[in-house]
Design a protein around this ligand. Sequence first.
Ligand code: G6P
Length: 612
Amino acid sequence: MCGIVAYIGSKQASPIVLKGLKRLEYRGYDSAGIALIEDSLLTVYKKKGKVSDLESHLGNLSPQSTIGIGHTRWATHGEPNDINAHPHFSASGNLAIIHNGIIENYSSIKTDLQNKGYKFNSDTDSEVFIYFIEDIQQKTKCSLDEAVRLALLKIVGAYAIVILSQDDPDTLIAARKGSPLVIGIGENEYFLASDATPIVEYTNEVVYMNDQEMAIINKNNLIIKTTQDVETIPYIQTLDIELNAIEKSGYDHFMLKEIFEQPRSIGDCMRGRLNAASGHLVLGGIREYANKLECAERILIVGCGTSWHAGLVAEYFLEEFCRIPVEVEYASEFRYRNPVIKEGDVMIAISQSGETADTLAAIELAKSKGAIVFGVCNVVGSTIARISHEGAYTHAGPEIGVASTKAFTAQLTVLFMIGLLVAHQKGSITESKYRELLVEMEQIPSKVETALRLNQQIKGIAKIFKDARNFLYLGRGFNFPVALEGALKLKEISYIHAEGYPAAEMKHGPIALIDEEMPVVFIATNDSSYEKVVSNIQEVKARKGKVIVVVTEGDTLISKMVEFVIEVPATHPALMPMVSVIPLQLLSYHIAVMRGCNVDQPRNLAKSVTVE
Ligand code: G6P
């Protein structure tokens, strides 16, 4: 979703801001722009399309300015075009704003301003925001930061903003509520961004702004205060991201790099937490509340997209091992349906970005009713990580490809460790089962490594099916959410219509779709529903469907029945999703590449969905 970058210091701002915007491209956007102060004049350059289109628009110009703000916009109010792109000028042209989020009461503010005679250029709520600020400043004759503060008190909605003023070319004013904003601290320079990726190559000292805070920044000084005008002491944290973690490192796409990183990311996620030889399993982040989980009457899991799929897998093993009822729900549905939440309920909120608006709202709702919330997030310092009572990071490293891959397997790793820890403490599994599962878990990185060797075979299968118009993905038990995830991956990046179903549900509808044109991907690894899935495969074959099956290594039955068999290493059924999802990630990747799709930045999608 929208991305913010800003710089103030002694260096040239435009290359830093443009490079930062490129680092944020992965979030998804449809136009880009920058504002600078050139020869004492506030100047805006903006363009529909990619940051490279903005660069072409700039041509040979190299704007000279040591202060600058930049934005990538994901359209909400008004179509993606040059005019709706950010930054937006105030009515006088003295101020420019970049804004992430949505101003919910913008329409009434706009009408008031129009009644005063203001004329707007764009359809955006953000332009209304900066007109409103300027109007307050002119009316009250106060300083700009005070006008911003007064405006924020009247604004309903979510925002991260940065404002640049022609009259005060040495100051940036920023504020946040609901949308993330990080301040990087250099030597006599500051960087602002929606996340740490544009900052990491310059400094590892950052301040994550809190909701209802604003920052007044000049190159030698940073002031943070609340919108209630109370100054706060900035809490400086150290980033532990390496620069190569946010670069492609020789891979054609971030998605491919991230798929291949999984043996390492799963290993990193377990490092220091799990040791099978000694029976050691500790999650520092849930130590204090572990007994709450153990005694929970019910576990509620919320998430969106891929994170919701990880929750579905967790439902199966948490119930099996911990014997605690689990409900998994889309955060977006949960927040609006007046759910029954009781004290003693524990919520597990899963989010790669830690910023998804619906998941955040679901957490706030659960907390307000007395539930304990555990966050399972990838992005360190993200909002969900901070507002949860406790939690565990997935430590997968930055995920840049919009389609989630390594975050999914890392989420499963954390969730599995939580399940095992609780089951062990509760005594709902035997010591020997606990030990056996620890050993299995420790072997997952090497099994994923083996599954990745299937890459060439899967590329061959992708070539055969790349022109299909529909795909069906079927699995049962632990592999049912994997079927959903496989279908989601394919539609996200190749734009092929794909559906995932529990295999047994096929006969209640989807079977009507099956003919010789329909590829059906089964996940039929060794578990208690294997024979039943074999029957479903027969049913598809009988209707001439084209069948691709992910099986356990050494499977002899299915390989005799179908042409396209993908063999993955054996593991415990509860851990199989981490292995069986690998060929599905690769299949969608190769199909999308062969269809000429933009794999890392698929159309219309955003990596971090900070609006409802
Ligand atoms: C977006 C992304 C998905 C992601 C979902 C949830 O839709 O494109 O890949 O699964 O948001 O994001 P989260 O950061 O909360 O896991």
